[in-house]
Design a protein around this ligand. Structure first.
Ligand code: 13P
Ligand code: SF4
Length: 301
């Protein structure tokens, strides 16, 4: 452990804070986090913490989700402009219009969305539980926002539901191509291909497994295979190697990087703790509505 990592941990103890990190964070940040996980694990963890301050190393919608689930806690996002372009692809006005068009439908919003979108939703989901959540929705017609690829994957798995898709997508996962997949399959025929459901639909159809980032960790641990091709943000490969040093990992095509996830440095984490910034604040009325959608998600899984 280097001097800065030790400094961060000392300050964290002094401030009685906890550090949560997403699986795509840079290695130095993952290494000092109390817990590293996918959106679902991080959401669930933030509901039951004893610490009063949460430093959330991820992107804004993740820190907002923690705040919605633990409104009395101080939730700090070390880099204010660490956003998620996918979450910004739908506005509250867009969703209100869509709800008017399909008044009987339930709205399921992917957790990669703003607090306002969650507040307008009936239930939220993450990549780990989207199919289960939609299956449990008590009506046939579902408006799924904002990710069209995850929404398509849900529709494919639940042919009895009528899913209305929104054309949002993740800029990082959109860059994986079917040519990447076919070339990698040829180069490593013995490897299992795991992809994230934000990838394009032709990739979801051709892969061996479609999983959230935590789902990939579980699959690699339990799989009899020793080589894996990973179709998601590159930070995941660091996490997979840490947990499975004896297994071999290849990127699907060239490595893909989410610049927003890489904005948070160890220095930012230190400054965040020191200055107690950037404190996530959300209108209490939005928190109240959004928490209903998030708590319903938890009750469905
Ligand atoms: P996970 O919940 O699978 O970690 O995904 C979050 C995300 O932003 C993927 O791009
Ligand atoms: Fe958003 Fe895509 Fe980055 Fe995930 S990888 S945080 S969906 S931009």
């Amino acid at each position: 452990m280097d001097a800065l990592q030790e400094k961060v941990l000392k300050l964290k103890r002094k401030k009685r804070a906890i550090i949560l990190a997403h699986n795509y964070q840079i290695p130095q940040v993952q290494d000092i986090a109390d817990f590293t996980g996918d959106s679902l694990e991080l959401s669930k963890i933030s509901r039951n913490l004893k610490e009063e301050t949460i430093v959330f190393c991820g992107v804004k919608f993740m820190a907002e989700t923690a705040k919605i689930l633990s409104p009395r806690k101080k939730v700090l996002l070390p880099v204010l402009d660490a956003g998620c372009p996918l979450a910004d692809m739908i506005t509250p006005v867009d969703l209100i219009e869509l709800k008017k068009q399909y008044p009987k439908a339930w709205v399921v919003s992917y957790v990669n969305s703003s607090a306002e979108i969650k507040a307008l939703s009936d239930v939220c989901c993450t990549s780990a539980n989207a199919v289960t959540v939609v299956k449990n929705v008590p009506v046939k017609q579902v408006i799924f926002v904002p990710d069209k690829n995850l929404g398509w994957w849900v529709a494919k798995n639940l042919p009895d539901k009528e899913i209305i898709l929104w054309p949002g997508f993740c800029l990082v996962h959109e860059y994986f191509t079917i040519e990447d997949l076919l070339k990698t399959r040829k180069a490593y025929p013995q490897a299992q291909i795991l992809v994230h459901p934000e990838c394009r639909r032709e990739i979801l159809e051709a892969a061996d497994s479609v999983l959230s980032t935590a789902g990939m960790l579980k699959e690699v641990k339990s799989s009899g295979k020793s080589e894996f091709v990973i179709g998601t943000e590159e930070g995941m490969i660091y996490r997979l190697k840490q947990d499975n040093p004896q297994k071999i990992f290849y990127s699907l095509g060239s490595p893909k990087v989410c610049i927003n996830m890489k904005k948070t440095t160890l220095d930012d984490v230190y400054r965040s703790l020191e200055g107690e910034k950037y404190n996530i604040e959300i209108d209490p009325a939005i928190i109240e509505k959004a928490s209903l959608a998030l708590e319903r998600m938890v009750s469905y899984i």
